[in-house]
Write a protein that binds this ligand. Structure first.
Ligand SMILES: Nc1c(NC[C@H](O)[C@H](O)[C@H](O)CO)[nH]c(=O)[nH]c1=O
Ligand SMILES: CC(=O)[C@@H](O)COP(=O)(O)O
Length: 160
């Protein structure tokens, strides 16, 4: 189902475990900061709405989406967190660099989920235009940050 047919901010709290006992790490890319700030705001709002405590949410900034990989790995190594949300916004430019950044970041975060024992949520927008990114970070299609926060809570609760 395309995002255009599903609002990213809609969730049913009755299907979501309480987040009150969980600790979350959020790693935020500084590229396209207006977008990533919107994603972060959406994630925070959803985490707090589902019972997370603000003091249990740690935020680190990294330069770009590619650095989300190492930032998430270091957060897992250094901090006691139950899930990490990796937030980025990659927007197509003139060259193939977009393809490499998107693919490497997705593969790197996938690898962390295979090799580490803390879930890392892929909250990286990969858009053709800035408008598409605006629409998915609190615009007409909702906020992928909220979607990622719900995924983080569910994965933190998995098996508990
Ligand atoms: N063009 C975008 C980038 N590029 C930078 C890379 O993510 C990385 O920081 C650099 O290659 C150094 O390792 N990053 C984004 O997050 N979004 C973009 O649109
Ligand atoms: C995703 C990117 O790295 C891209 O925005 C960089 O722009 P360009 O392809 O024009 O160098």
């Amino acid at each position: 189902m395309a995002t255009a047919n599903k609002n990213l901010s809609v969730y049913d709290k009755t299907t979501i475990p309480s987040a009150k006992d969980f600790r979350f790490g959020i790693v935020v890319s500084e590229w396209n900061a207006k977008i990533t700030q919107g994603l972060y705001d959406g994630a925070m709002a959803a985490l707090l709405d589902c019972g997370a405590r603000e003091e249990n949410i740690i935020k680190w900034n990294v330069p770009g989406s590619f650095e989300l990989i190492y930032g998430s790995k270091k957060m897992i190594a250094d901090l006691e967190v139950d899930a990490v949300i990796a937030i980025g916004s990659v927007i197509q430019g003139e060259t193939k660099h977009f393809d490499f950044v998107c693919s490497a970041t997705a593969q790197g975060i996938k690898d962390l989920n295979v090799l580490q024992n803390v879930p890392v949520i892929f909250c990286v927008l990969t858009d053709n235009t800035m408008q598409q990114a605006v629409d998915r970070s609190g615009g007409i299609h909702g906020n992928k940050g909220a979607e990622a926060a719900i995924a983080a809570i569910k994965m933190a609760a998995l098996g508990k």
